[in-house]
Design a protein around this ligand. Structure first.
Ligand code: PSV
Ligand code: MN
Length: 388
């Protein structure tokens, strides 16, 4: 029996974090197409994130990326966010955009560069202290391009040493999220290429080190829901960076390329009862909206996660367990496919109406006049961009 009321209250409690950089200009290495009305400051990014939360009701936090969101007073920025109805979420460190990091950051063969990178990570923990953020998200572009370029093993030692120093600096209620990526920008070896490497470092560090799964960071065909199930069982799944990929790290809207994969991921989450905020999984977006309007794209992404979650909540768990127990292969598969095929949009519209929200957040955004306002107001200054 599917409990619609339980599904609805789980959906009401769902939290999705949006990334500050998704509101800014972004592009490929070929071209960044600027858009009118794009934020020029961290405050303007927060203002846009607040609109996404007002319209969807499920996106109450925004992640920062340092130094892209550098300000003099982070406590003041947190207050600005709170006044806008938001909290500041994960602090993303950035040790990939400085000339010093050509041969790596925390795994660089030069101890001076390693020190500089570690100091930045420690600064990010200071930022967390000021913002009240729980999570430090680490992604390293570190790696090598050519066989023999550096010792693969020594780089693991340097990575472990850096992570240890940062982990030991974390406060009692703070966590480290270690993100992995198969390739890019390094092509021969990445120092944290996969979930296994991340997991092994987290185990070595301690219980507050957990893995962040960026859905765009795998080889084609990788079974991401297996990784989700494994890490949930081990208690080491800390977060998602949701996005969609067709080819590599495309950073397209989550649920756009493969909504079935997103459903399968959310099924593992729901099956493990890990949707609840106190389960400690941060559901974040990590996307770049290069050619589409940014705020509606972020709203669409939030709705895509919500839809996949709703379908996962509608899986008939009892029927599935019976089919699995009795070896009814087709029956078990049919239970999942039935849930995936359910049109959950009416349920979600109803839920929003009950919350006093517009049932169609994208349409509500277009009607709100916000886009016209920011296009008129945000003139002059320098638009924020990936890397600016
Ligand atoms: C790297 O590709 C990544 O996924 C990391 O999460 C970075 O912080 C982010 O993208 C930058 O957009
Ligand atoms: Mn990411």
């Amino acid at each position: 029996m599917i409990d619609q009321t339980a599904a609805k209250s789980a959906l009401l409690a769902q939290r999705i974090e949006t990334p500050s950089w998704a509101y800014a200009n972004s592009g490929t290495r070929f071209k960044v197409f600027a858009q009118a009305g794009v934020p020029r400051t961290p405050r303007e990014k927060i203002a846009d994130a607040a609109v996404v939360h007002q319209l969807t009701g499920v996106a109450p936090t925004v992640a920062l990326h340092i130094p892209w969101d550098r300000v003099d007073d982070y406590a003041e920025l947190a207050k600005f966010a709170a006044d806008a109805g938001l909290a500041l979420g994960a602090i993303n460190a950035n040790v990939f955009q400085d000339d010093d990091y050509k041969l790596g950051s925390v795994t660089n063969p030069d101890p001076r560069v390693r020190r500089k990178a570690i100091d930045h990570l420690l600064d990010c923990v200071d930022v967390m202290d000021a913002t009240g953020s729980r999570d430090l998200k680490l992604w390293f572009s570190d790696g090598t391009n050519y066989p023999g370029q550096d010792s693969i093993r020594a780089r693991q030692d340097r990575l472990a040493e850096a992570l240890r120093e940062v982990y030991d600096r974390l406060g009692e209620h703070q966590r480290m999220l270690l993100e992995y990526k198969l390739f890019e920008p390094a092509f021969y070896t990445m120092d944290v290429p996969d979930w296994g490497t991340s997991y092994a470092h987290c185990i070595e560090l301690g219980p507050r080190a957990t893995v962040c799964i960026d859905t765009g960071h795998h080889a084609p065909g990788t079974n991401i829901e297996f990784i989700v199930a494994f890490l949930l069982r081990a208690g080491r799944l800390g977060a998602f960076d949701f996005n969609s990929r067709f080819y590599a790290d495309d950073d397209l809207m989550v649920g756009a390329a493969d909504p079935f994969q997103l459903f399968r991921i959310m099924h593992e989450i729901v099956a493990a009862d890990a949707l609840r905020a106190d389960a400690g999984i941060a559901f974040m977006l990590d996307q770049c909206h290069n050619i589409e309007a940014k705020i509606p794209a972020i709203i669409r992404s939030v709705l895509n996660v919500q839809e996949a979650t709703a379908k996962a909540l509608l899986v008939d768990a009892e029927a599935l367990a019976t089919a699995q127990r009795t070896g009814d292969v087709l029956g078990a598969n049919a239970v999942l496919m039935d849930a995936f095929a359910t049109d959950v949009r009416p349920l979600l519209r109803e839920l929003r109406t009950e919350q006093g929200l517009d049932p169609d957040p994208v349409a509500a955004y277009h009607r709100s006049g916000y886009q016209q306002r920011i296009e008129t107001d945000r003139v002059g200054g320098v638009q924020a961009g990936w890397g600016a």
